[in-house]
Structures are given as structure tokens and as C-alpha cells.
Write a protein that binds this ligand. Structure first.
Ligand SMILES: *[C@@H]1O[C@H](CO)[C@@H](O)[C@H](O)[C@H]1NC(C)=O
Ligand SMILES: *[C@@H]1O[C@H](CO)[C@@H](O)[C@H](O)[C@H]1NC(C)=O
Ligand SMILES: *[C@@H]1O[C@H](CO)[C@@H](O)[C@H](O)[C@H]1NC(C)=O
Ligand SMILES: *[C@@H]1O[C@H](CO)[C@@H](O)[C@H](O)[C@H]1NC(C)=O
Length: 276
């Protein structure tokens, strides 16, 4: 009789565990450098430990000079897979100051795409010349290591600030869009979106993709820290809510089954007394 509850508890735990692993899996994105480091150390380590063990049996040690020549051959393949690494946009910190005051902070990974081609912003930096801020508008001019250029204009109305125009140039691609109210956030708060947000620029299939975005403008603070409360984007909020909803639905189900089982057991006992 206890069997169904035990099975159900096990299923619940299994679901909870898989959920945890899937959420962890998505955050563990960049371990590419650690794997190459691991293979180089492991490939060079065995020959050095093999040398002393073969040195023990008499003059057989000089003939086993093969492991020493084996080291350079394994060193060759470890260096070859390094170059064809797909280039990834780096997390940029675009902080604009006006004298002693910080007028905007934008942290983001930025990728421009056109059809299947993508142009990631690697080692992007803010160019002072071309960037400006005043009470009505902030202009950020960003350049990447590959000489891709992006201009972000942030404006505001009485209550919110938002990205109002974007223009980009990457390789031969040129695109822009005005008239946006993208990433709108109440003044004196900051916007956060871990998920990728796509902004379409014009008809040429050009898209700007922002991820791990955190930004604030017109804060007029002495430091580049984010101030006020956080506005989380809808996609981040939804993924949190879905996980919580599934978890609580399963918990409720477990309780319902447990109660049903206890009631059934009680009825069975009562029936047992009646028949005696
Ligand atoms: C992108 O795709 C569109 C529609 O398929 C096409 O018209 C356009 O020429 C393509 N642009 C580039 C740069 O490949
Ligand atoms: C980006 O910066 C890192 C660290 O400063 C450097 O190792 C790398 O070569 C740079 N990449 C490019 C494409 O400039
Ligand atoms: C976009 O700009 C035009 C003028 O350039 C304006 O008439 C229109 O209302 C704007 N659209 C939005 C959605 O703000
Ligand atoms: C971004 O850069 C500014 C200085 O330009 C620095 O004060 C701030 O701590 C940086 N923020 C992050 C999150 O790295």
C-alpha cells in the first residue's frame, strides 16, 4: 500500500533534479578554455610519470625513449583544435561619464545578425568621441575589435527611459532604426534581461541581439553602480514563474495523493471492523 506514494515521491525528486540540471546547464555556457587546459595538462602528465617506472628494470629504460617522443606528437593535436573556435560576443561594459557624473551604464553581449550570418561584438569599447550625454539624450558609440560599430541613443519621457534609436555597421552591413521605445524602464530604476532580446532593424533581415543586458541611464550618480530597483524583462520573469509553477503543482499533487491514500486506508480499516 505504501508503494504508490514511494514511487510518486521518487518521480517528484527526479523531476526536481532534472529541472535543476537544465537550469544549471544553460548558465554553464563558457567552459571552452577549461577543457583545452585540461587536455594539455593530462597529455603531458602521463609521459613524465611513465619515465621513472620504466627506468627501474635495468637498461630497458633507454629503449623506452618512445614516451618522450610521444609527448610532442600529442602536443600537436592539442594546438590544432584551438583556432576554429566559434567567436562569441564578449560581455561589454559601456559606462559613460559626464565629468564626475555617470550618465549611463550598459552591460551586454551584443550580436548583429543578417540571415544566417552573425557579427559578434568582441572586446567592444565605448568611444568617447561620438558619445555624449545631456538631460534629454544619451548617445553611446561602441566599437568592437573587428571594427564593427554600434550607436545606441537613449531618450526619456516624463516617467521612463528607453532605447530610442540603434544604428549598426558591421563589415558591409549597414542598418538603423529610429523611433523605438525598446527596454523601457522607469526613471531611477534599472533594466535587467539575462535572456536574449532581439531588435529588428529595417527590412534587410538585420537583427541586433542583446543578452545578459543590464542598463540604466540618466541616473546622475558618482559611481557606475546600478541604483534603485530592478525591472526584470518578461522572458526572464516567465522562466522563473514556469519553474515555480511546475514545482508547486507537483508538490500539491503529492499531497493530494497522500491524503487520498490515508482516507482509503481509513475506510478499509472501518470496513474491516464492520465485517468482524
Ligand atoms: C537575406 O535574406 C533576404 C530574404 O531571404 C534576402 O532578400 C537578402 O538578400 C538576404 N541578405 C543577405 C545579405 O544575404
Ligand atoms: C579580446 O581581449 C582579450 C583579453 O584582453 C584578448 O586575449 C583577445 O585576443 C581579444 N580579442 C580580439 C579579437 O581582439
Ligand atoms: C515615428 O516617427 C514619426 C516621425 O518621424 C512619427 O510620425 C511617428 O509617430 C513615430 N512613430 C512612433 C511609433 O513613435
Ligand atoms: C564598468 O566600468 C566602470 C568604469 O568604467 C566600473 O566602475 C564598473 O565597476 C564596471 N562595471 C562592471 C559590472 O564591471
Amino acid at each position: 500500500m505504501r508503494f504508490p506514494t514511494a514511487v510518486f515521491m521518487a518521480a517528484f525528486v527526479a523531476v526536481a533534479v532534472t529541472q535543476e540540471t537544465t537550469t544549471k546547464g544553460t548558465t554553464e555556457a563558457p567552459p571552452t578554455t577549461s577543457t583545452t587546459a585540461a587536455t594539455t595538462t593530462s597529455s603531458t602528465a602521463p609521459p613524465t610519470t611513465q619515465a621513472p617506472t620504466t627506468q627501474a628494470p635495468t637498461t630497458h629504460a633507454p629503449t623506452t625513449s618512445a614516451p618522450t617522443t610521444h609527448a610532442p606528437t600529442t602536443h600537436g593535436p592539442t594546438t590544432t583544435p584551438a583556432p576554429p573556435k566559434p567567436r562569441e560576443a564578449t560581455l561589454g561594459n559601456y559606462t559613460l561619464q559626464n565629468g564626475a557624473e555617470v550618465c549611463a551604464v550598459v552591460l551586454a553581449r551584443i550580436v548583429v545578425t543578417q540571415n544566417a550570418t552573425s557579427y559578434p561584438f568582441v572586446n567592444g569599447s565605448l568611444v568617447r568621441k561620438g558619445s555624449s550625454c545631456d538631460d534629454s539624450q544619451v548617445t553611446l558609440w561602441i566599437e568592437s575589435a573587428d571594427d564593427y560599430k554600434l550607436q545606441i541613443v537613449i531618450g526619456h519621457d516624463a516617467s521612463n527611459f528607453f532605447v530610442k534609436s540603434l544604428s549598426v555597421q558591421a563589415s558591409s552591413l549597414v542598418a538603423d532604426r529610429d523611433n523605438l521605445t525598446q527596454f523601457s524602464t522607469p526613471m531611477k530604476q534599472y533594466y535587467k534581461c539575462q535572456s536574449a532580446s532581439e531588435v529588428s532593424l529595417g527590412e534587410e533581415n538585420v537583427k541586433l541581439i542583446f543578452s545578459e543586458l543590464k542598463y540604466q541611464a540618466f541616473q546622475r550618480e558618482k559611481s557606475a553602480a546600478f541604483v534603485g530597483s530592478q525591472l526584470e524583462c518578461v522572458s526572464d520573469y516567465h522562466s522563473d514563474v514556469v519553474i515555480i509553477a511546475i514545482g508547486s503543482a507537483l508538490a500539491i499533487l503529492v499531497v493530494v495523493i497522500l491524503v487520498a491514500y490515508l482516507i482509503a486506508r481509513r475506510k478499509n480499516r472501518q470496513r474491516g471492523y464492520q465485517s468482524v
